[in-house]
Design a binder for this molecule. Sequence first.
Ligand code: FRU
Length: 510
Amino acid sequence: MKHIALLAIVLLFLINCLQAQTNPGTSPEPYRPQFHFSPKAHWINDPNGMVFYKGTYHLFYQYYPDGTVWGPMHWGHATSKDMVHWQEQPIALYPDSLGYIFSGSAVADVHNTSGFGKDGQVPLVAIFTHHNPKLEKQKPDQVESQSLAYSLDEGKTWTKYAGNPVLPNPGITDFRDPKVRWYEPQKKWIMTLATKDRVTFYSSPNLKNWSRESDFGSDAGGHGGVWECPDLVPLKHNGKEVWVLIVNINPGGPNGGSAGQYFVGDYDGKTFRPYSKQTKWIDYGTDNYAAVTFANTGNRTILMGWMNNWQYANKVPTANWRGAMTLPRELGLAQVGKELWLTSTPVKELDVLNKPGISLKNLSIKESYDLTAKTKSNTGLFRLELTTQNTADFSVVLANKQGNELRIGYDKSTNSYFIDRTKSGKTDFESGFGKRHTAPRLSLDKKISLTLLVDVASVELFADNGLTAMTDIFFPDTDLTKLYLQSATGIVIDTLTYKPLAASVKADLE
Ligand code: FRU
């Protein structure tokens, strides 16, 4: 009996060792997000080809399966029923003789306009950029072109179209990241493409033949960097259709490095006409890049980005994986004064993670208020919501015994929100990392409302019903399990709720 028990222990030990070797996701990983998508191993950047089809959300992504820094790009693949629990799938697209597989989109071609469908099976069609590294030196204006691949088994396997590229390069050095959508009034596909310092719109009856329609942006918005990963989305405001043009830009973000800007305007199937040429920012944090929307989600518009920044993405101190996605966010429009602004709020599906928490009312804060005891064991996974009519300075502080702290709050003198990661732990892998990031408060309401979602090493801030969003990652020496509210001038918080959140992604890894 004793021997059998011993044998069982040895066997269990060996199985554990083997699992840890073959699946790095099971080894202790201090910065592994628990309810955001991150790859089991290796490098990811932009979300690609996000599409909802037959009850499944598909997330493809820029993926380098042989390393933890950027390399020859593939499309990795993950699926989910709720955008909360993700399961990795086999790689969808591999580089080929036309080059690496750069960013792009996917659509459900329900009318089979492409002719790829067989026996009534709706083809999922991916439209992506082929980036040919062999041409980078001699013919930089020929490196990138647009190509197709299709799937007849609901995204499981993909066939590249034999006629690739479908949109050859007309002589533009940065010519990439096609985002395609169906334009019902004219029964045609429209492609929004990043073309160096502007966006160019193309149209097609069948996804294979593309005609240039117009371009936008050489004289609008930010030009601190190259334009990448655009998206054109219709939203409703007071019953009227309004179009939002999203344009990611790198560098040139409001707090440095990569970020997403947008313009609000009209679109007639040919030309985008902005109401204002001034940049508006989707997210003021430094860690929401290449954010675009899911296709085929009906009346909902859901945005997701890469929770990282090209300024330091290749250097962030995670071990055998690098990169994660932001939470999925539902987009809307809100009017402030005469202007329309994008709002983003975490999707309601995330509520499945909520665990019973605490609710407090009329909290009077002088200097510092320790929430750590009240929240019992803050595990670094939580949602905190608060409202106040005071508009006085305050901060929410996450800290640990080592003296690391992440400070998130509101500054009355500048009427702005901030996330300060100067003392958040490991910051020296990049000189620009340990900084304080700010975002203007756009709302004119007296009442401030703030929602924070914290997942081990990231925070997402949504203020004033999503009018201001900020996303930042951080790398503390040990988990930030202490939680304080602070206000030097004093403040009354009208309502505060703290909900621990259940881990979800980890369950898929184990
Ligand atoms: C944006 C981007 C895209 C490109 C891809 C390459 O982060 O630079 O423009 O397609 O990443 O991985």
